[in-house]
Design a binder for this molecule. Structure first.
Ligand code: ADP
Ligand code: MG
Length: 341
């Protein structure tokens, strides 16, 4: 049986050219470039709560880093370094190899060095800390939105929740629809380049991990504003759109988490610049409404009627765990897949 140190050496020790010192000492050493601030965020994924215990290890490795990258994207920061803390029930080498492949695959793609971590025995928990750089004073904060700003969304939202609803038998999708939605759930794309390009342009930003209503709600609360959105403008994928007659699909669009798209605000005068970014990145960017003084967050249909969601987004400690507890598809007994940060 491999020792803890063998495992670290074999699976998690890679060159870290962007660090002064990487894995192997009591601490890593990193040097932030002059004029930059260090942006730090961490996310924990628990088996049976955030993902099915038998989840594909490659996808887990990918997603564990992806959700952290998404947090830096939402700050307009450029990812540089990460640490990885793992509690593992056993030293399953095939599992670790696949996990490491998923993790380092996306790490390479985004120029992130793994510089340290911790490895211990226990119920499967994956905890990643991500560090990045942002020019001093330029990070995108939740608190910067101003009344009259437009509210923007990247990509499509709701597909990850729709895929999860399908796995939980709350909705039935055709095989080609499942294939179209599952990547949003298992291998979301963090919008890092968009976040970087929005510096100095967006007044606030957040990544949608807990659902549009909840996450935009955080921006509004931090900025002391309300907002009105047009339901018809919300960027639903063709698959989600085809199911919008069902309340469960409408909830995916309004309150489904896990898409890791960005929601941001910007003055209407910046619209053309934002559209240019959309074209340059090949990522659809959609203005879905406006912020205003107070009035909460309201979503209106084409007749000006309020569109309500049965759920408000995910809150681990909320009084109403709005969405049904994750139930496993045939397979793991106490499984769940509910990855959010
Ligand atoms: P310590 O006893 O000082 O906490 P450890 O034995 O836990 O040190 O770790 C040894 C080295 O391996 C450290 O540099 C640590 O950051 C790194 N490390 C441990 N686990 C991981 C991991 N899962 N991924 C990356 N680096 C790790
Ligand atoms: Mg340790």
């Amino acid at each position: 049986m491999a020792s803890e140190f063998d495992l670290i050496r074999r699976f998690f020790t890679r060159p870290a050219p962007g660090a002064v010192l990487g894995v192997g000492d009591d601490a890593a050493l990193i040097q932030v470039a002059p004029g930059m601030e260090l942006a730090v965020s961490t996310d924990m994924l628990l088996a049976g709560h955030h993902f099915f215990p038998d989840a594909d290890p490659f996808q887990l490795g990918y997603k564990a880093l992806a959700v952290n990258l998404s947090d830096l994207a939402a700050m307009g920061a450029s990812p540089r370094w990460a640490t990885l803390s793992l509690a593992l029930p056993e030293a399953d080498e095939a599992w670790l190899a696949a996990f490491a492949e998923g993790f380092f695959g996306i790490a390479r793609e985004y120029g992130v060095d793994l510089v340290g971590g911790d490895t211990t025995r226990g119920p499967l928990v994956i905890c990643v800390q991500i560090m990045g750089e942002v020019p001093a004073g330029q990070a995108l904060r939740r608190s910067g939105a101003r009344a009259g700003d437009e509210v923007w969304l990247s990509g499509h939202i709701g597909d990850a929740a729709l895929a999860l609803a399908h796995l939980q038998h709350r909705v039935t999708l055709q095989p080609h629809e499942v294939a179209a939605c599952l990547p949003a759930l298992h291998t979301p794309t963090p919008r890092v380049e968009l976040g970087e390009r929005l510096r100095g342009l967006a007044t606030s930003a957040i990544d949608i991990s807990d659902g549009l209503l909840a996450d935009l709600g955080h921006i509004l609360e931090c900025s002391g504003l309300g907002a009105e959105l047009a339901f018809a403008k919300l960027p639903a994928s063709p698959v989600l759109r085809a199911h919008l007659h069902q309340p469960v699909a409408r909830d995916c669009l309004l309150a489904g988490g896990d898409d890791y798209e960005l929601c941001f605000t910007a003055p209407p005068a910046r619209r053309a610049e934002i559209e240019t970014i959309g074209r340059a990145t090949g990522l659809p960017l959609t203005a879905v409404g406006r912020t205003g003084q107070g009035g909460g967050l309201r979503v209106l249909d084409e007749n000006g009627r309020l569109v309500e969601s049965q759920t408000k987004g995910f809150d681990h400690f909320g009084p109403d765990l709005s969405r049904p507890r994750p139930v496993s598809p045939p397979g793991p007994p106490d499984g769940g897949e509910d990855a959010r940060d």
